[in-house]
Design a protein around this ligand. Sequence first.
Ligand code: WQD
Length: 347
Amino acid sequence: MAEACKCAPGSAPGRPENILVTGGAGFIGSHTCVALLSTGYSVVIADNFSNSSPSALDAVRRITGRDLVFYETDVTDASAVRRIFSENRIDGVIHFAGYKAVGESVEKPLSYYRNNLLSTIVLAGACVEHGVPRFVFSSSATVYGDNKPPFVESMPLLPAANPYGETKAVCEKILADTVRSCSGFSASLLRYFNPVGAHESGLLGEAPNGIPNNLMPYITRVAKGELKELSIFGNDYDTPDGTGVRDYIHVMDLAEGHIAALRNAPCGLSVYNLGTGKGTSVLQLVTAFERATGVSVPRRIAARRPGDIAVCYADAGKAERELGWKTHRTIEDMCRDSWRFEKNRCV
Ligand code: WQD
């Protein structure tokens, strides 16, 4: 017996569509809020600042000249989420809030499973309860595991190399089963590759709390002199220069991909890679950064990081065919925009 649903996917007659963005103060979430507000949506943000800060919300308001509704909330808290849905007319949800550091997930698997799975269960349940028809999920290329790149959406998912990727794969299954059981609930699973870069204003960018886990924010902090040198995790992979290869995508291209999914994804379940379709090695990215900014990045070769894979890049054709979306910003744009934000960022 399918779970009762209160409404089919609908539109917001006579008013801007109102989107709940969880993790909207985070790196990808805040840039997506800029894209949403700049294209006429209204936005409700829920964030607990576990890996973000209130300054990102000020930057979103400043860049767009528009206000937003904000709840400082842990979205694993069902009663807090229920309050958001009862106090706001929500037309769709984009769920970013989640732990996302590959290396950290190897050290703390239980906190990753609890946070990433429970938040998705709570939010999907609230959507079904309130008849919210569209759910866009921040998934990850790490769900492809040991498949051979370029990764295609139709590939069978293999065990991820780390608990982070496994949490994303399980969340995808939770949402797929919810779509099957509830005709009024549609979910788009967006598998990100490696988001980097910053808004061109320099007011918004990647500012993780503490020492960055990810490559680009680590590079910019070394370039700024805040950190001594970049450790390159392994140069003995089966890649052109031995260092890890990833599909780096500009965060504003990624943000625009979410608008395309909200607008053009079909009802029911849909899955899309959001990537450029091109692979770039660690050394290539460091060299591109130095060339684009004129700033040198001291580095050394270190041991491989547990949980890392050698090569990861997308087959990006399906999103282009079905959503009418593809990336257009370059690696140089990503480096320049990241550096501009880092120079503006007050510690
Ligand atoms: C990239 C490359 C490292 C840091 C990310 C996100 C994850 C998910 C997938 C979206 C690897 C190397 C890194 C450093 C290094 N994104 N590296 N020195 O691990 O691919 O995962 O994309 O869902 O949320 O974490 O990204 O930036 O950590 O690493 O040499 O100090 O850079 O080995 O080859 P990763 P990353």
